[in-house]
Structures are given as structure tokens and as C-alpha cells.
Design a binder for this molecule. Sequence first.
Ligand SMILES: Cc1cc2nc3c(=O)[nH]c(=O)nc-3n(C[C@H](O)[C@H](O)[C@H](O)COP(=O)(O)OP(=O)(O)OC[C@H]3O[C@@H](n4cnc5c(N)ncnc54)[C@H](O)[C@@H]3O)c2cc1C
Length: 453
Amino acid sequence: MKNSTIKTATIVGAGLAGSLWAIYLAKAGYKVTIFERRTDIRKAEISAGKSINLALSTRGWTAMKEVGIERSIEPLAIPMTGRIMHPTDGELTYQPYGEEGQAIYSVSRGGINAKMMDLAEATGNATILYSHKCVDVEFETGTVTVVNSETNETLKHTADVVFACDGAYSAVRYSGFQKLDRFDFSQDYIDDGYREILLPANADGSYKIDKNALHIWPRGRFMLIALPNEDGSFTCTLFMPFENNEYSFDKLKTKNDVDNFFKNVFPDFYEMMPDIADQWEDHPLSSLAIMRCYPWTSGKVALMGDAAHATVPFYGQGMNGSLEDCYEMGRLMKKHNENWEAVFKEYQEVRKPNGDALQDLSVYNYKVMAEYVADPHFLLKKKFEHRIHDLYPNKYLSLYSMVSFSNIPYAEAHSKGKEQDTFIEGIMAEHDIESLMNSGDIDQLIHTVFKNK
Ligand SMILES: Cc1cc2nc3c(=O)[nH]c(=O)nc-3n(C[C@H](O)[C@H](O)[C@H](O)COP(=O)(O)OP(=O)(O)OC[C@H]3O[C@@H](n4cnc5c(N)ncnc54)[C@H](O)[C@@H]3O)c2cc1C
């Protein structure tokens, strides 16, 4: 029989959101059982360079700080202070992401996940059961049905409250929520896919390109990016249409096609990795989708992270937004004194608009990364914005900074960003900003415009 004085919680999925949320619940005194479909990633032999890495920014750090684990994650994080653009020919250019000292951080997905699992288990209140795949959920009783893939046994597990952190293709959403009356769900695959490539370290273990930057090869309708790993390698990702374009994955059928493509389109990359064609099949070609749904909660069950708001990766915010879900759920858990009905109601009302904005921003940033970063007007606007921020730091924060270096809700950042953009474009239409920048008279214009704003 269940002892009613013990608070219990089930988490489905020990990924990024699930393992952090387990720490929040365990610290609040819950006995947490986590069911994870995979085997224990900490026991698998994965080198840092072979796992995908992710950009961690302020929202992710804020969520980790709240439960005091940021110091344990810091050693895994490589600061990237700006973007380095690699044109087809010509000079590399550098765009700082924020102010001096600000950075986003490259972390290995496997590394951060494993560390958060360790920290969850170290609370003494969380147990992770691997090879346990959730196949069903009952909303009113808080019961999940899981299958142990090693023994084929099926078990039912009941807890006071259940959190589905089982990712973009959430089984809880699919087998539970999607059967509910009036549950909205949409899944939109974008035309582009991605393939990862590992750019190895030099023979002496050093980095082939600047370690402390996110590298981009912007090519208009597609791009290659590279994030540093701890072992001197870079995980590179080529984002490109699947088909129907001058450059698309369906045109890269043979080793020769791959070789020619890199030689012509990414010449400096090809120089560093002339055997790229041999590696081409090492990682699968994967698709990218945006999934929207509502409601996010029903009875004793809530969706968190990608299960609620899977997005495309172009703002580097999917994980950050998922960790922010934990922060928000934790805040509401305290605010409503663990009255989960009240917590869930406010959680979905507050987070849904932010999930939608995160998704819209992610789509927009593909254009920024693949196209705008090489556009002189966009670059001038960035410089202008930097100067405005330098002079009026409390009055002007760029959209990128609001998203990556603040905890301003995504929806607010998104609408403020649009407002600011219209305003800045208006000034740029009226004044020759480039000449004013060059002559040093730009500050005068900024003071005139912003003094009384
Ligand atoms: C190419 C790419 C690059 C990205 N780059 C970034 C980035 O730079 N920055 C960033 O912030 N975000 C990035 N993201 C997004 C980020 O990966 C996700 O938003 C994040 O992983 C979501 O965390 P999650 O815990 O919700 O889901 P996941 O990390 O996917 O975890 C889900 C967990 O649930 C488990 N699971 C699934 N089904 C079941 C089941 N039926 N039963 C039990 N367990 C189950 C899975 O095995 C997994 O462990 C990127 C995504 C992609 C695809």
C-alpha cells in the first residue's frame, strides 16, 4: 500500500529536461521514479566528439542555478563569445554575440545529460530505470504503463504526479494526450534536413579553428555550422534542403558528389578535411520538425520540454527553453504550495505563448544564420544596435541578447524584437548610418533619438 505521507512523482524520459526536473522534485522532497527508454548513456562508450553538442545560454544556466548545479556543469562548457563567418572566398569575419564577457556555451549533449543524471541520483530521492519504455498513461490516476525492453515485462506505476519529458516524439503525448477530446496538435517538417560531420583535432590535440566561437559557413539557402568539443574536435552540422534546390541533399549521392560539393562550396573547410566524403555516411541524414500542441496538462500529467514544444534548432534554444520549463514549473510549485491542479493550470497558460514564440524565433533565425549574417545591411544594423546598447544599456537590448542573454519571456522578447526592428529600420531609412558610423557622428543621432525614449 502506498504511504500517503511520501510525495511521489514519475518522470518519463531522462533526457535534458527530465534529468534536471528530477533534481528539482527530489530537492523538494519527492520520491522520483524516472523511466528511460534507452540504456544508461553513462555506460556507453561515446567520445565527446561523436555526440552532438549544444549551445547553452542564460535561460539554461538560470534553471540550473536555481537548484545549485551550475558549478558542476561549468567544467563541461566551452564559451563561444561570437560567430565567425566563413565566406566562400575572402576574409573571415567575427561578430560578437553580446557585450564583453558574454558568451553562449558549447556542451556535449551526452556529457551534460550524464552529469545531470549523476546529480539527480546523488540527491538520494531519484531512481532512473533504463530500458523502460513508456507506452501508456492514465491521466486521472497518474499511472504509466512501461515495458522493460530487456525482459519484455510490462509494469504499471502510479505516482501523485507525472511529467512527460520524453522528447519531440513523446509517447505520453501520442498515446495519451492525442486521444483527448479537443487536444490540438500539429507537426510540421521543414524542407531542410541535417547531417553531422566530425572535424577532428590536429595531431597534437589542438583545435583547427578558433575554439571560442561558433563557426558559420552561410550560403543563403543553406549553411554549415561548427561548435567546439572538449577534445579539440568540432561537431559540424550541415543544414540544407532535402531536395528541389540547386544545393540539396538528394544531389549528394556519391563520394564524388560530396567531395566536389565541399571543394567548391566550403573550400576552407575542405582544406581542413579533404577526406570528408569518407565520413559522409558516419551520421544519418535527419529531419527537423516543429510540433505544437495544447493543452499541455491533463489530470495528474504534464508535458515538458520538447514533448510540449519541439522546435527547429536554429536559435540554439530548444534545450534552453526546456530547462526553463523546469525553472517555471519549480517556481509555480512553490507559489501554489504544490497544489498541482493550480500549478498545471498556470504552467500551461504562462508557458504556451512562450513555447510558440520560441518556435517562431527558431524559424526566423535560420534566415539570420544562413543568409542575413552575410548581408551588409544586416551587419550594419547589428553594429548600430551594438552602439545603441553601449550608450543606452537600459533602454535597448537586441533581440539576440533578449533571447540568449536574458530571462525575458520568449513571447515578450519576440514582440519587443519586432517593434525594435521596425523602429531601427525607420531610422536607417532616414539616415545614412554607415557614414555616421564612419565619421563618428552616430552617437549624436543615438542621443537625439534615445534621450527621451
Ligand atoms: C541538430 C540539433 C541541434 C540542437 N541544438 C541545440 C542547441 O544548440 N541549443 C539548444 O538549446 N537546443 C538545441 N537543440 C534542441 C534540444 O536538443 C532539445 O530541445 C532538447 O533535447 C529537449 O530536451 P528534452 O529533455 O525535452 O528531450 P530529449 O533531450 O529528447 O529527451 C527525451 C528523453 O526521453 C526518452 N524517451 C523517449 N521516449 C520515451 C519513452 N516512450 N519512454 C521512456 N523514455 C523515453 C529519450 O530516450 C530521451 O532520453 C538541438 C536539436 C537538434 C535536433
